[in-house]
Design a protein around this ligand. Structure first.
Ligand SMILES: [Zn+2]
Length: 615
């Protein structure tokens, strides 16, 4: 009996394998960043003209990739090795003639990251990278195409590799030896949703509840980092675990690529007000740091700015990772587990964008911050400061020109794409206001997460909600009056009135706010001096001092804003009025220390969020 069963089983296995299109790649055969790919069809095509395409865009990016641009040559062959006619259509498609005889496709792809792509630059976490013997990042839209209409069919991938490399992914593995890893995807959608990163193993693994979490890191300079990232992610994932009733996945993989940005780090000799400068420098270099979410994994492209910026918390690797990790993980809730049919039946060639970015990105970014606050990763005041900065930036959204849903639906058009970054700013604040409104209308019985968990379990990963009726479906879960909120602020072109919602949470929004703040000797509003920036602006030179100068500065002094921060915030705590700050100043090319007595004064701030009740 046993034998027979085995034979039957083998028969079944062969049958399933035969039904899959099969790809073969040998990572040893990389040649000058160009990788050959061979595909074997599971069955002859039914039509004599078929189209093989690469994605114009992939879910989660809200941007154009045109991956077909990186396919260098594509040959279609019959079983006996004859070439069929192939015509390239646009950026992404190949039209194959006499296709009923098609047995193999052979093509080469070039990696994306080190290519200078001006138009439609591809965000690094969705790009590909090939470094012989060291690193292969497969974001699969850049490597594998699909026959139109067959996106739901299973695919098998066979990858021969150098022994020192290991491919980390959340795709199921069928073969795993020192020289070969094979994977299967139940559909093209799953393949696109499952990046693979081959690198010399630098990994860590841990459990959060019942979820197995794997971290795989590739650092260009070979610095081992997984053990340290484990500490960061364990803390963050524990905060997520405390927020959700259950983590909704069995396994989750963090794929992290750390690049060397020491040059940029060194260029920024000074250290305060940095984030803006870093963003500016990166925009100049057209490089996108950040991450992209997937169902069971997320991909990170992070910058090591080197020792020059080592003590600047905002740009540290830990901060980059922690800033993104909870956000990416929370995407499991939405859009991965709650999305409209425009995402569920994603059209890779002519994508139709959904109007619900307020949900997919806005609410996710809000939750990421809320989780950090509730989980104790940040303090209540840090939380409010973060949301306040999003609110201030959210005020730049051209609210009378476009509604949030309109921006979302047209996000691939340039005028609207310019506002995409607002999903993390205005979108996150809309999430916060919506949460407060739900709690207010239900007298605290329900909050946003409760409502979304109900909807998430109604739909989930494989079932899409209706683009047009989703908002009223959400409103039905809460209170009829909630519709007003959506009509005014999400679908409408009205400026928000934060106190209408936030007061219920004990938070107050102030247009203007008088607060006692430390006076800065380097601010011409606070001290009687004129300054000039040097280089990128971290160092400043005192050009002139007036009669009311109070810190002991003289014309010609050079000050570094980071030294100032260290002087007034020793041990991370601000000095009090009357205490003495030891301030380093460069005078006549020598460093001297000034004893500066700390002063406070009333300052007026705009657009401020404050706790009304002690949290
Ligand atoms: Zn996101």
């Amino acid at each position: 009996m046993r034998k027979i069963l085995l034979v039957l089983l083998l028969g079944l296995v062969t049958l399933t394998l035969n039904a899959q299109h099969q790809y073969e790649i040998d990572l040893n055969k990389i040649d000058k960043d160009i990788l050959p790919v061979k595909m074997t069809l599971s069955k002859p095509p039914k039509s004599d003209q078929i189209t093989y395409s690469f994605p114009a865009t992939v879910p989660g990016t809200y941007d154009t990739q045109d991956f077909g641009r990186f396919v260098i040559s594509l040959v279609a062959k019959t079983a006996d090795g004859k070439n069929l006619t192939v015509k390239k259509l646009g950026n992404n498609s190949f039209l194959i003639s006499a296709a009923k005889k098609l047995k193999h496709l052979e093509y080469t792809v070039e990696d994306i990251m080190d290519k200078k792509v001006k138009k439609n630059h591809i965000f690094e976490p969705v790009a590909t990278n090939f470094v012989e013997g060291k690193h292969f990042l497969f974001n699969n839209g850049g490597i594998f195409g699909f026959f139109e209409g067959e996106e739901a069919d299973p695919i098998e991938i066979k990858i021969a590799k150098p022994t020192q490399l290991y491919g980390a992914t959340s795709l199921p593995q069928t073969v795993n030896t020192s020289v070969q890893q094979n994977f299967k995807a139940k559909s093209y959608h799953q393949l696109i949703d499952s990046p693979i990163m081959f690198s010399v193993p630098d990994t860590a693994q841990f459990y959060v509840g019942k979820t197995k979490v794997t971290i795989s890191v590739y650092d260009v300079n070979g610095v081992p980092r997984a053990k340290h990232f484990y500490e960061v992610l364990k803390r963050d994932m524990a905060a997520v675990d405390a927020f959700l009733p259950d983590l909704p996945v069995d396994n989750y993989t963090f794929l992290i690529y750390v690049d060397d940005f020491e040059e940029i780090g060194n260029a920024m000799s000074g250290k305060m007000g940095l984030i803006q400068k870093v963003k500016l420098a990166l925009r100049l270099k057209n490089i996108g740091l950040g991450a992209l979410e997937h169902g069971n994994s997320s991909t990170y492209y992070l910058a090591d700015f080197g020792s020059g910026l080592a003590d600047v918390k905002e740009v540290s690797l830990d901060n980059q990772l922690s800033g993104a990790a909870i956000h990416e993980f929370m995407h499991i809730l939405t859009p991965l587990g709650l999305h409209s049919e425009r995402i569920g039946n994603f059209n890779y060639t002519n994508p139709l964008m959904s109007k619900h970015l307020w949900l997919y990105e806005g609410v996710t970014e809000y939750f990421a911050n809320l989780i950090k606050y509730k989980g104790g990763v940040i303090s209540p005041d840090e939380y409010l400061k973060e949301m306040e900065s999003k609110l201030v930036q959210g005020l730049d959204f051209p609210v009378t020109e476009m509604s949030f849903t309109e921006m979302s639906e047209k996000v691939l058009e340039e005028k609207f794409h310019k506002q995409y970054g607002q999903v993390y700013m205005r979108g996150a604040v809309l999430g916060m206001l919506l949460d407060a409104e739900i709690q207010r209308l239900t007298l605290g019985k329900k909050s946003l997460i409760d409502v979304l968990l109900v909807l998430n379990s109604r739909y989930g990963e494989d079932k899409s909600f209706q683009e047009e009726t989703f908002i009223s479906e959400l409103v039905n879960e809460v209170h009829p009056d909630l519709q007003n909120f959506f009509t005014l602020y999400v679908e409408g072109k009205n400026q928000w009135k934060p106190n209408d919602q936030l007061n219920y949470l004990g938070i107050k929004y102030h247009d203007t706010f008088q607060e006692s703040s430390m006076l800065s000797p380097f601010n011409s509003k606070d001290n009687d001096i004129t300054l000039k920036s040097i280089g990128l602006g971290f160092e400043q030179e005192v050009k002139k001092t007036g009669p009311n100068e109070w810190a002991g500065l003289k014309a010609g002094d050079i000050i570094n804003l980071n030294d100032y921060r260290n002087a007034v915030e020793p041990n991370g705590q601000k000095l009090k009025e009357g205490e003495t700050a030891k301030l380093k100043v460069k005078r006549n090319n020598e460093f001297i220390t000034l004893d500066v007595v700390v002063k406070y004064g009333l300052k007026e701030k705009k657009n401020v969020l404050r706790w009304e009740e002690k949290k």
